[in-house]
Design a protein around this ligand. Structure first.
Ligand SMILES: C[S@@+](CC[C@H](N)C(=O)[O-])C[C@H]1O[C@@H](n2cnc3c(N)ncnc32)[C@H](O)[C@@H]1O
Length: 272
């Protein structure tokens, strides 16, 4: 985004976009080397780089596991995905991975950042099997009763609830477990839950949490046990909840992982 146009605050404010504070979607866009971000977002990432120099790679690992996870789910027969906290469009979005393998797959993206609506809607809702909902995923009933969800998702068939790179942006008092359960309650047996989340796996991670909470207002780095508990009552598929690069890697991976490789853990589980 060209700075001279991007930094015109009043023009963006009219679209509901505040360029004076960093946003989750735009800072993630920075680490994915996208163009939909502002100076304040880049300044935040510069601060995180001083703690986690590999933060750009961390975003790549998360996108890669999203792709591997969606491919796995399509191979299990899943044809419906609700991608909560979907972010700005980037390479290999959920519908592209799923529809490449099974063109009939349907995907609803949900995000509450207005920039996703401004820049993402046209790209994400690029065919009649894909929709975008602008909503806070914590409002489960609002999301599930949205026209996009009711048109594209058949709750009599298995569905994947995706919470990839997002539950760490919910505070403990948002009750992430209650939100996970509320989405799963609507899903029939044979449905899946797919989560990745920041993990308090190193001193650097715990230090980064302070910067996220201080500057961005969210970013809880939870223990492996806390992340694993979100899957309670479901059948975790192998290899369980692991650092992103170790979840069904497509090529051999050195298991002696760096701080960045251990920064986000994830897993997929089936409702029986
Ligand atoms: C780090 S990005 C993750 C994007 C994508 N899921 C991925 O893993 O590549 C998190 C996204 O969640 C969105 N988000 C944060 N809180 C949200 C909420 N309460 N409801 C809906 N979206 C939210 C942000 O706007 C951002 O786009």
């Amino acid at each position: 985004m060209a700075d001279e146009q991007a930094e015109d605050q009043s023009a963006w404010a009219s679209k509901g976009i505040d360029i004076t504070v960093p946003s989750i979607a735009r800072t993630y866009d920075v680490v994915l080397k996208g163009k939909d971000n502002f100076a304040v977002d880049r300044a935040f990432v510069d601060q995180i780089v001083t703690i986690i120099p590999e933060i750009y790679d961390v975003a790549t690992y998360n996108r890669e596991v999203l792709g591997r996870g969606v491919k796995f789910l399509v191979e299990q027969g899943i044809r419906q995905f609700i991608d909560l906290g979907s972010g700005l469009p980037t390479v290999r979005n959920t519908h592209q991975v799923a529809q490449e393998l099974a063109p009939e797959s349907r995907v609803v993206y949900v995000d509450n950042d207005p920039i996703v609506l401004v820049h993402g809607k046209a790209l994400l809702a690029e065919n009649d099997r894909t929709g975008v909902v602008s909503a806070d995923l914590r409002n489960v009933d609002e999301v599930l009763s949205s026209p996009e969800v009711t048109a594209l998702i058949n709750f009599d068939e298995p569905v994947c609830i995706m919470l990839v790179g997002i539950l760490h942006h919910l505070h403990d008092d948002d009750d992430p477990q209650g939100i996970v359960n509320a989405y799963l309650d609507r899903a029939v047996p044979g449905s899946y839950l797919f989560i990745t989340s920041f993990c308090a796996s190193s001193d650097e991670a715990r230090e980064a949490e302070k910067s996220y909470l201080g500057m961005l207002g969210t970013g809880r780095f939870r223990t492996v046990e806390e992340i694993t508990a979100w899957f309670d009552g479901l059948e975790l598929v192998e290899p369980g909840v692991v650092p992103n690069p170790l979840w069904r890697p497509s090529r051999p991976v050195d298991t002696d992982l760096t701080v960045g490789q251990r920064l986000i853990y994830g897993g997929i589980a089936r409702k029986s």
